[in-house]
Design a protein around this ligand. Structure first.
Ligand code: FES
Length: 162
């Protein structure tokens, strides 16, 4: 699912209220290797194939229930996804990221979307925040500190696939 966000900055993720994270098409989205995702050394990343879209943006699922994860398929509309709140990211939101990346988004296996290289976040109310590198955005929909990951993906059994 792609959406039009013509005024977005190239290194800014826009959060739709109770909806997806809208990402500029030129902002790389990669998957972290298992080692990187857990803090070990030697992790690798691989590009995620993002479909071309003439509107120049792509929407990533934040409710945890899209059938085409990591992308949004509109399923959030039938879910009771809470509103985002302007809160400090909890400690659990911090995580390691590969150090050879520029501005990019890293999909942690069965976990959050990690912000790398100074990527900022525009909340639904228009507030722009600049979280520390490695801060995770919740992708499972279960965090009580949304939009940030609080580690709930482990207890709720979030799986990227299936
Ligand atoms: S992805 Fe970590 S709490 Fe949702």
């Amino acid at each position: 699912m792609s959406v039009a966000e013509p005024d977005g900055r190239p290194d800014e993720v826009r959060l739709r209220d109770r909806g997806p994270a809208v990402v500029p098409l030129d902002l790389p989205v990669v998957r972290a290797g298992a080692a990187s995702a857990t803090g070990g050394e030697g992790g690798t990343t691989r590009e995620v194939t993002v479909p071309d879209d003439p509107r120049g943006n792509v929407a990533l699922c934040r409710c945890g229930h899209s059938a085409i994860r990591p992308f949004c398929d509109g399923t959030h509309r039938s879910r009771q996804l809470g509103h985002d709140r302007l809160v400090e990211p909890p400690d659990a939101a911090a995580g390691p990221v590969p150090d050879d990346l520029g501005p990019s988004l890293v999909l942690q296996d069965d976990g959050p979307l990690r912000l790398c290289g100074g990527v900022s976040v525009r909340l639904p109310d228009g507030t722009v925040v600049a979280p520390a590198d490695g801060t995770g955005l919740c992708r499972c929909g279960a965090s009580t500190s949304r939009p940030w990951c609080d580690g709930s993906h482990s207890s709720c059994g979030f799986r990227e696939h299936g």
